[in-house]
Write a protein that binds this ligand. Structure first.
Ligand SMILES: Nc1nc2c(c(=O)[nH]1)N[C@H]1C(S)=C(S)[C@@H](COP(=O)(O)O)O[C@H]1N2
Ligand SMILES: [Mo]
Length: 220
């Protein structure tokens, strides 16, 4: 059995094109300096709506059955239900979205659980330097553990006061505002702490391993 996510045919074309852009280190078109000035990383433009971007399958997850496995190099591996998350003090933050395809959306009000609080529950070992995040649509992404200590990173259950919709990754998605949005895995199912970096779906297709929008780390 392949580890690769199932991608519908029409989306396969899109994945191919984005992979080719990554290979060519193609700069996105439509560069603009927005009215928000310095809040906009280089090469980004503002959008007012919130685009839906993914591999084309939107898992239909029953909140009652949703579980998150936090595993790997941690002292207390754990499986969290939504009720377990609700027992952790709620966390709210307003943060910007920067997508590698060059759109940014400012001032998104997120609610959920701080990844700092989540980490405190499982207590990673000292040699846990990266995480690999897996989602219910087969998507994966990797990041250094440090990004989960950023003060605005969270497991989001709500956006603008309402439960996260299915198309945007509900019931729970990762949100790491300090990195390009491809690192913010929708329909999250597991977080594995590891010693050595392992590339995720887009990272294996030429996207930058880190993906800091302020350093314009889009590709390679
Ligand atoms: N599970 C999953 N998460 C994902 C993706 C995906 O295909 N599957 N796409 C990523 C990419 S490339 C982007 S830009 C954002 C888009 O999130 P949105 O649809 O809520 O705007 O989700 C990220 N997280
Ligand atoms: Mo993206």
């Amino acid at each position: 059995m392949s580890d690769e996510p199932y991608i519908p045919a029409i989306r396969a074309r899109l994945v191919e094109r984005k992979t080719a852009w990554a290979r060519d280190r193609r700069a996105p078109v439509g560069r603009a300096v927005g009215p928000a000035g310095r809040r906009l990383p280089p090469g980004q433009h503002l959008v007012r709506d919130w685009p839906v971007l993914d591999l084309g399958t939107h898992p239909n997850l029953n909140p009652k059955d949703w579980r998150l496995s936090v595993e790997g190099l941690v002292a207390s591996p754990a499986i969290f239900s939504l009720a377990d998350l609700a027992a952790i003090p709620p966390f709210e933050v307003t943060a910007d979205i920067h997508c590698v395809t060059a759109w940014s959306r400012l001032d998104n009000r997120w609610r959920g659980v701080s990844t700092r609080d989540l980490i405190a529950e499982v207590r990673p070992h000292d040699d846990a330097r990266f995480v690999i995040v897996k989602s219910h649509d087969g998507y994966t992404t990797n990041l250094a553990v440090d990004w989960l200590y950023e003060p605005d990173s969270l497991l989001a259950t709500h956006w603008e006061g309402a439960p996260l919709t299915r198309e945007h990754g509900g019931p729970v998605r990762l949100v790491v505002p300090a990195l390009y949005f491809w690192k913010s895995a929708k329909w999250i199912r597991s977080i594995r702490f590891v010693a050595r970096d392992v590339k995720g779906f887009w990272e294996a297709r030429g996207y930058h391993d880190v993906g800091d929008p302020w350093k314009e780390q889009r590709y390679g």
